[in-house]
Design a protein around this ligand. Structure first.
Ligand SMILES: [Zn+2]
Length: 217
């Protein structure tokens, strides 16, 4: 009597155990299926390029905090070329943080002075380390923005000479812009728009660019 009772209980327990195992097995396989599906979706998005545009944003790609090495290198080159012609160039501004840019934007608007920029923080190539502003230095040590000044007396305005040297090195000059002429401004955009830079796109790795230029030599 007691034995058979135990036997019943045992078989019942055994049955429940089997059912549980079956349930777990079924759950396990559906989890595997779900994971596999996620993996397939992930690879599909990665291949199609959908994924990158979704994940790259300002948060994941912080803006640089310095002048781009190539911009810095080329700036040094036109400064030297100008010096060889008797022109002293000073870089008055290079990398600018977004906060610095906002402050500059207020100049001539809520702050005193003339308007010097139409770009707010994050809207200027300076904010991505891709632009420099220059001025000239006279022998007496004055910093000037005189575009007619011909300090080396060769019949060509020093400003124009510097701009030509910078352009030959790949810079774009703000004085060529149709909308807002920015005469001290020189930039290298590496084919990237401000919108692209804001989305987190960056110029190619500087080391590979420098390596490429060294290969040419
Ligand atoms: Zn500038």
């Amino acid at each position: 009597m007691k034995l058979s009772d135990d036997g019943k209980r045992l078989s019942y327990r055994h049955l429940r155990k089997e059912q549980n195992v079956l349930k777990r097995k079924r759950m396990g396989s559906s989890i595997y299926l779900f994971a596999l599906l996620l993996l397939i979706i992930f690879f599909f998005m990665k291949e199609s390029g959908l994924f990158t545009t979704f994940t790259i944003d300002q948060e994941s790609v912080p803006p640089p905090a310095n002048l781009h090495p190539v911009v810095e290198e080329r700036s040094g080159q036109f400064i030297k070329q100008a010096a060889d012609k008797g022109i002293t160039v000073v870089i008055t501004d290079g990398f600018r943080s977004s906060e610095d840019q906002d402050r500059l934007y207020e100049k001539g608007r809520t702050a005193s002075g003339n308007i010097v920029t139409n770009a707010k923080g994050g809207q200027s190539y300076h904010n991505f380390g891709l632009a420099v502003d220059f001025a000239l230095k006279t022998p007496s040590g004055n910093i000037i923005w005189d575009r007619q000044y011909d300090g080396n007396k060769n019949g060509i305005a020093d400003w124009t000479e510097v701009v030509e040297m910078a352009k030959a090195l790949g810079f774009e000059w703000g004085g060529d812009w149709a909308q807002f002429k920015d005469y001290p401004h020189l930039q290298m955009d590496f084919g990237l728009t401000i919108a692209e830079l804001q989305r987190g796109k960056r110029p190619p790795n500087s080391s590979s660019l420098i390596a490429d230029s060294e290969k040419d030599e």
